[in-house]
Design a protein around this ligand. Structure first.
Ligand code: PGA
Length: 248
């Protein structure tokens, strides 16, 4: 069984004033056995890594460039994130796919760059509402997995987050049956593609996870944790989710 992971995605939120929440979170996870990760905006990666020093909290970026250095104004590379204290990086989030036109090919190149820098890639996939209504959710996610993962993926260097686009920030979640169907499907695809490593990869569910719905989601087979947006901003909410994961 892969070790469970609760990952928080702060998106474009957080300043130096966020230290109190991070300190509270670090105190709250002292007794939990699952892995806990927070991915703040790039400006907070280094400060958060120092706030988290001595705790079990891991820190990650929300994106990286496919190259290690070069003339790419405004971009940040995987070795830079690692240098700032990150151990993980979220890649291919649907907001980046939509806002910045990121394709599976680009996500694959970024994932390769993350691995080369020693970072664990949290690769996001998920269908739009239109695609689900058309009965294409499994096909879309299968194609994203096939296209977004480079060679050399293992359970140690990659995590997959299934985030239906229509569930992100909307307060709507798929039914437990829909989550279960997708996670079983992803497990099968990965096991076929990667053998034993495919069984080791952690599969996170993301999209409107809250303390109130976390326990039932974590009881679904092949759900190894969550990628949490809004509810990761406050330590009290995120801790509610983390405790539910620990108890699952
Ligand atoms: P949400 O975001 O929890 O606010 O729905 C999830 C995500 O985008 O990772």
């Amino acid at each position: 069984m892969p070790k469970k992971l609760a990952a928080g995605n702060w998106k474009m939120n957080g300043t130096s004033a966020s230290q109190t929440e991070v300190t509270a979170l670090c105190g709250g996870i002292e007794q939990v056995s699952c892995d806990v990760l927070l991915c703040p905006p790039a400006t907070l990666v280094a400060p958060m890594a120092s706030w988290a020093a001595g705790s079990t909290l891991s820190v990650g970026g929300q994106d990286c460039h496919a190259n290690a250095t070069g003339a790419h104004t405004g971009d940040i590379s995987a070795p830079m994130l690692a240098d700032a204290g990150a151990s993980h990086v979220i890649l291919g989030h649907s907001e980046r796919r939509a806002d910045h036109g990121e394709t599976d090919d680009l996500v694959r190149a970024k994932t390769q760059a993350a691995h080369a820098a020693g970072l664990i890639a949290v690769v996001c996939v998920g269908e739009t509402e239109e695609e689900r209504d058309a009965g294409r959710a499994l096909d879309v996610v299968g194609a994203q997995i096939a296209g977004s993962l480079p060679g050399g993926v293992t359970g140690a260097n990659t995590v997959i987050a299934y985030e239906p686009v229509w569930a992100i920030g909307t307060g709507r979640t798929p039914t437990l049956d829909q989550i279960g169907e997708m996670h079983d499907f992803m497990r099968d695809v990965l096991a076929r593609q990667l053998g034993d490593q495919g069984r080791e990869l952690r599969l996170l569910y993301g999209g409107s996870v809250k303390p109130g719905n976390a326990a039932e989601i974590f009881a679904v087979p092949n759900v190894d944790g969550a990628l949490v947006g809004g509810a990761s901003l406050r330590a009290a909410d995120f801790l509610g989710i983390i405790r539910a994961l620990d108890a699952a």
